[in-house]
Design a protein around this ligand. Structure first.
Ligand SMILES: Nc1ncnc2c1ncn2[C@@H]1O[C@H](COP(=O)(O)OP(=O)(O)OP(=O)(O)O)[C@@H](O)[C@H]1O
Ligand SMILES: [Mg+2]
Length: 397
């Protein structure tokens, strides 16, 4: 299929997209490479637009927009959607997403972004949501249910975009049969709210007797989310603290205000809730798709994989003490040292939050069956981390 890679209304390039192999076989013309997905920037050669490496990366980028192979219960989802691989979904709705504005326009068609984007145009989500999150074995019956931004969601957890009062929300379940993730998301939002960290607001909801988290889309028709992974791809790799420092510099160079402070906020949150999952696609920046200006650090999101208690005994709670700092996995006590200014944190704002979390977990206990013992353990660990941070702030003062 001859098609145009679009970024909202801008033409990026004209190419031959092979719908069978899902590969871009030929590039006919590059219209404006500046509007291409950020990750492709470093692979583009002016004098050889058909360079294999560029086409391979373009193809991988496009395929990578599909649901990843590590999605929890993917086999079941594919079966219910009646397809064999997630990338088959990319042909169903132009590859559109709710995290950016890229799409593939068949050459010669008069389809416009305004008519198809999922920010303005409603989509039918109920069948996909059921296929993705429900335990009932129900298959999708209507092709309309495959014309949704759910074809292009990343991440391990089962999830679905829904619409309520015109707002697009992402609904996420727990991992396998563990139900703690949604509660951790809500705890993270509460911590961020109290400490004044810019964040995506997660709330709890129930779907067919399951507790899920729900958060509004943080992207608009005029913006895109660019992950740290994409930004780093083009930069030298040191496998130490310098990766973080160079990233901060890059954001500052592009005019993002308070970039360091905002990243520090994220690592403070990770310390408090022992978030193990701050990989490079779980944070990034927001860019204006019209002007290409880097606007801000993306609000803190995806904090579910936290408070991971591995074992309890009467004397001790064993927890995973390792988090992520760029390419390194290391103890939270080490990661927190990258925060240069802890004095600005008003830790007393967290007073009472452990009781608040305890109440929240108990409130849903009849659905989640999380034991009293586990709730107690989770609250003890949270309390311990808050006290540890208090001590670090005191040392700083
Ligand atoms: N509120 C949002 N608005 C816009 N895009 C979002 C939002 N939340 C998540 N996304 C996009 O969807 C992707 C997957 O979401 P998220 O990271 O929350 O899922 P996950 O399954 O918990 O991921 P992981 O595999 O990291 O555990 C994100 O990397 C981001 O690109
Ligand atoms: Mg994620």
């Amino acid at each position: 299929m001859k098609c145009i890679l679009m970024n909202k209304n801008k033409e990026v390039l004209v190419a031959e997209y092979n719908e069978t192999s899902k590969f871009f076989d030929k590039i006919y013309e590059v219209k404006d490479i500046n509007y291409a997905p950020y990750i492709l920037k470093s692979f583009y050669l002016n004098d050889n637009i058909n360079d294999v490496s560029f086409r391979t990366n373009l193809s991988e980028w496009f395929k990578g927009r599909g649901i990843p192979s590590w999605r929890d219960k993917l086999d079941l989802l594919l079966h219910r959607l009646n397809i064999t691989a997630p990338y088959e979904l990319l042909d169903k709705a132009f590859g559109l997403s709710l995290s950016d504005q890229y799409w593939l326009k068949p050459e010669g068609s008069n389809i416009s972004y305004d008519d198809i984007n999922f920010f303005d145009n409603d989509f039918d989500y109920s069948e996909f949501m059921e296929a993705s999150l429900s335990i009932n074995n129900k298959s999708i019956t209507s092709d309309k249910s495959l014309k949704t931004p759910n074809n292009t969601t990343d991440g391990m957890l089962r999830k679905a975009w829904i619409i309520e009062n015109k707002t697009r929300y992402l609904i996420k379940g727990g991992y396998k049969n563990d139900i703690l993730q949604p509660f951790n998301e809500v705890l993270a939002s509460e911590i961020c709210k109290r400490l004044g960290f810019e964040h995506v607001e997660y709330t709890l909801d129930t779907y067919k007797d399951m507790v899920v988290s729900k958060c509004p889309c943080f992207i608009t028709k005029n913006t895109e989310f660019i992950t740290c992974y994409q930004i780093r791809k083009n930069m030298e790799r040191y496998n130490n603290n310098q990766d973080y420092e160079e990233y901060v510099k890059e954001l500052e160079k592009e005019g993002i205000k308070n970039a360091r402070e905002k990243l520090e906020n994220m690592y403070i949150l990770d310390f408090l809730i022992l978030n193990e999952d701050r990989h490079l696609n779980n944070f990034g920046i927001i860019r204006d798709v019209n002007t290409l200006k880097w606007l801000d650090v993306a609000p803190i999101f995806d904090n579910g994989q936290s408070l991971n208690i591995q074992d309890y005994s009467d004397e001790e709670i064993v927890i995973n003490n390792q988090g992520r700092l760029f390419y390194e996995i290391k103890p939270f006590d080490e990661i927190i040292k990258t925060v240069k200014d802890l004095k600005r944190i008003n830790i007393s704002k967290l007073d009472g939050i452990v009781v608040w979390f305890d109440d929240l977990l108990h409130k849903y206990q009849s659905i989640t069956n999380i034991s009293d013992r586990r709730i107690n353990g989770l609250c003890l660990v949270l309390n311990r981390q808050i006290n540890k941070l208090k001590e670090l702030i005191d040392v700083d003062n």
